[in-house]
Each structure stands twice: as C-alpha cells, then as structure tokens.
Design a protein around this ligand. Structure first.
Ligand code: NAG
Ligand code: NAG
Ligand code: NAG
Ligand code: NAG
Ligand code: NAG
Length: 393
C-alpha cells in the first residue's frame, strides 16, 4: 500500500475502514473467550479464516417453535444438499471404532466457541432477582429474574470437573420402540435425555438412568397440560421427583412465552424440595454452538436440543453414543416410525418453516459417526448380553 501514492483517497479511506472493521471483529472474537489457536491440522486454517463469518444473530429466523423443542431431525429438503433418503442413510455398521484423536480435536475446536462447563448454566453470582433478560431469539421481549429462579441458579457449574468415558444422549424418536436398548443405554457412565421424556413405561427400550435431562418450557404445556388440575400437577411433580439428583436443564431464556411455565416448575421444585440440580443455559450458548458448526460449514438455523447436547457433551465425554435420533417417517424396512416414542405428536419432516436445520444436522452426525467421532445407534440392541464391548482407539 505504501508505494501506491496514486491510490485515490476514497479507496484508501475504504481500505482503512475495512482494516478497522477487521481489527474490531478480531477483538470481539477475543472477547468471546475463544480458546487460542491450538489445532495444527488442516481444519484449523479453514476454521480460523471462517471465524469471521459466523453471524450469531438470527433475527430473521421465523420463531414458531420453542428453539430447542425438537430433538429429532427431519428430512426437510435443503438447498445445498440432497436430503438423506431412507435408503441412503446408512445404518451404523457393527465394526464402528472410536477415533479418539478426532474426538479430542472436536473438543478442542468446540472450546474455541464455548466452554460447556460454563455455558451449561448461568451462575448465581452473575444475576440478581429483578434483573431484566432479553430473550435470545426474541430480542425485543424481556423477562425478569424471579426470586425463585434466582434461588435455583447454581453457584457452581453442575458439570464442574466432570469427565466420563462413555456417555449416551437419548433422543426421543419412535425408532427406540422395540429396540431393547434400555440396558445398553443405562450402561453408559453418563446419560443425557431430552424434554423430560418418560422412561419408566419404556424402560426396556430406553432405559431409566438419567444424569441430565432437558426441559423446554413448552413441555409443561404439551406433556403436562399446563398443570390445569391437581392430577397433572402431581404427575409433573412425580416426574421431577423421579429425577433424583440429576441435572434439570431448562432453557428459560430462549423464546418468550414460557416464563409462567418455568415459574410453576421452579415453585414446585422449591415447595417440595425436589432433589434436582437446576441449570439454565447461558444466553450465548446457542449462538456459540451455531458458530462452532458454521466454521465447519454446517449452516444451522437453530440447533436442536440433540445437537446442543452433543456439542456440549464433547467437553465431558470421551465416547459419545446417540440413541433415538432418526429423522425419518419410515425405518430402513419401510415401517412407520413415530416422531416421539411416547406420544402421538406428528412432525412434518418436510416443513420449511421449522426453525431447525434438521437434515443437515443428521447428515453431520452421520458423517461424524462414519469417522468414528461419535456413534449413532439406530437399530436394535442385544438386550441379553452385557454392554457392548467396543474397541477403544
Ligand atoms: C466395516 O463395515 C463396512 C460396512 O459394513 C465395510 O464396508 C468395511 O469393509 C468394514 N471395515 C472393516 C475394517 O471391517
Ligand atoms: C482419526 O481421525 C484423525 C483426525 O481426523 C485422522 O487423521 C485419522 O486418520 C483417524 N484415524 C482412524 C483410524 O480413522
Ligand atoms: C420487572 O422489572 C421491571 C423493571 O424493574 C419492573 O417494572 C416490573 O414490575 C418487573 N416485573 C415483575 C413481574 O417483577
Ligand atoms: C413392537 O412390538 C410389538 C409386539 O411385537 C408390536 O405390536 C408393535 O407394533 C411394535 N411396535 C413398533 C413401533 O414396532
Ligand atoms: C423408502 O421410502 C419410500 C417412500 O418414501 C418407500 O416407498 C421405500 O420402500 C422406502 N425404502 C426402504 C428401503 O425402506
């Protein structure tokens, strides 16, 4: 630049402006507390150059559904990739081997965008009752931190210093029905479930062990009739009490409309001293997760609970096993698969109005499965034998 004296003023001003912008972006990037460049793989170059790309704001995204309502993935078509058809979604092969190197690399890269140990919950020290929160997806709407919510904020991360060798993340697909996977799922060191899905009645197929379970505010309405009667309130309370000791992860600040339901739940927990460890995801979590996937060229509108859980679990788990993820209306044999194993909810897999980018998520997980970074279980399990013995790299 310095030898080009003829450069028009306007152009120079423009370039200066661009440079300033770049510097600002880099500073913001640093403030975002991403871990410094660590990877020495081919991936890192791509990652660093694309780090400028992530645009965490999704204001244009239609907000129809609770952001993390869906734990399933659909076959909604996508501009950039053909959808996975029921025939091309290859069932996981039995000779899957865990690639620890790749798994470590993913953990490292995820840590550049979020620290799941921290972002899994807002901590008590950072808020006080009456503080005003802007919803992550409805920026113009706010909610106040209630006294009850404040009381239930953890003082330290519920996942502090946790490390597990084998974790299971259980999605809610009907593909789990008649899978006999309960025993196998429960054999994991840490089991994550989504949206308070019932387990007792389905334990043979889904297991019962629960170390962390998510609860979107909408669950109170959908699965527990907004606690309209004493009966529903009791059912809800019983479900909460059955969690004894596990982490109850409530995305309370994603989309407006759920504050009452959250409040009811919190009131019950306090009133009955329910033994759960409540956690409320940080306000930056979703955008950070989205940013991580963006750098890997996975352009997710809004991550599903399942993908959020996988992304966070990379921090705490070596091997991650996914059950109950099946975004298709039919199984590989062409038999219908329920959207949820426990209810009759229908999901329009091809809907373009979904806030999630489910087919892309599924392709991504499937690709990671093939590379040995995680394992997708979509078939039946051998209930008679002890936990599968998998070669660990
Ligand atoms: C693993 O299974 C796939 C498909 O079943 C097969 O193509 C591949 O050769 C197998 N690899 C090994 C190492 O056995
Ligand atoms: C494991 O993953 C790493 C990183 O992607 C790759 O270089 C390596 O070849 C993989 N190892 C196996 C056995 O697939
Ligand atoms: C929320 O905070 C605002 C501002 O402090 C206050 O005016 C309002 O009454 C609060 N609402 C509730 C429900 O506490
Ligand atoms: C599960 O097995 C039972 C008994 O064989 C059968 O009636 C039912 O239709 C099966 N359900 C699914 C979803 O395959
Ligand atoms: C795939 O789905 C189509 C309908 O979408 C069905 O006709 C076909 O039998 C399915 N194929 C398999 C292998 O299940």
């Amino acid at each position: 630049m310095k030898h080009n004296k003829a450069m028009p003023l306007l152009l120079r001003t423009l370039m200066f402006g661009l440079l300033t912008l770049l510097v600002v972006v880099l500073i913001i990037d640093d403030i975002a507390e991403v871990e410094e460049e660590t990877a020495h793989t081919g991936r890192s170059k791509k990652t660093s150059s694309q780090r400028l790309v992530p645009k965490p704001h999704t204001r244009k995204t239609p907000v129809h559904v609770d952001p993390t309502t869906q734990t399933r993935l659909s076959t909604e078509t996508n501009h950039h990739h053909p959808p996975i058809s029921n025939t091309t979604a290859k069932l996981p092969s039995n000779n899957w081997t865990f690639n620890k190197t790749l798994s470590n690399l993913i953990r490292k890269n995820v840590l550049r965008f979020l620290d799941p140990e921290r972002d899994i919950s807002i901590l008590k020290g950072t808020l006080k009752p009456g503080d005003i929160i802007h919803y992550v997806f409805d920026r113009h709407s706010t909610t106040n931190i209630s006294e009850n919510l404040y009381r239930l904020l953890p003082t330290v991360s519920p996942m502090k210093n946790q490390h597990h060798r084998r974790c299971a993340i259980v999605g809610n697909s009907g593909v789990l029905l008649n899978s006999s996977c309960g025993q196998e799922i429960d054999s994991h060191d840490f089991v994550i479930r989504c949206n308070l899905a019932p387990v007792e009645e389905y334990s043979w197929d889904v297991g019962t062990r629960t170390n962390l379970v998510t609860m979107n505010p909408s669950v109170v309405q959908r699965a527990f009739q907004d606690l309209v009667s004493d009966e529903w309130r009791d059912r809800f309370l019983q479900r909460l009490q059955s969690l004894s000791g596990s982490v109850l992860w409530i995305p309370a600040f994603m989309a407006k409309g759920g504050e009452e339901r959250v409040e009811w739940a919190l009131r019950l927990i306090l009133l009955h001293t329910v033994d759960v460890r409540t956690a409320f995801p940080s306000l930056r979590l979703l955008h950070a997760v989205r940013g991580y996937w963006l750098t890997n060229n996975v352009h997710i509108k809004r991550p599903t609970t399942g993908l959020l859980m996988y992304t966070m679990a990379t921090r705490f788990c070596d091997e991650i096993h996914l059950y109950g993820f099946w975004p298709f209306a039919l199984d590989p044999q062409g038999k219908p698969v329920k959207y949820h194993y426990y209810d009759t909810l229908k999901y329009e897999y091809t809907s373009r109005s979904s806030p999630h980018t489910m087919p892309l998520e599924f392709r991504t997980l499937n690709a990671l499965h093939r590379q040995g970074a995680l394992r997708l279980h979509t078939g039946t399990c051998d209930a008679e034998t002890k936990p599968q013995k998998e070669p660990v790299a």
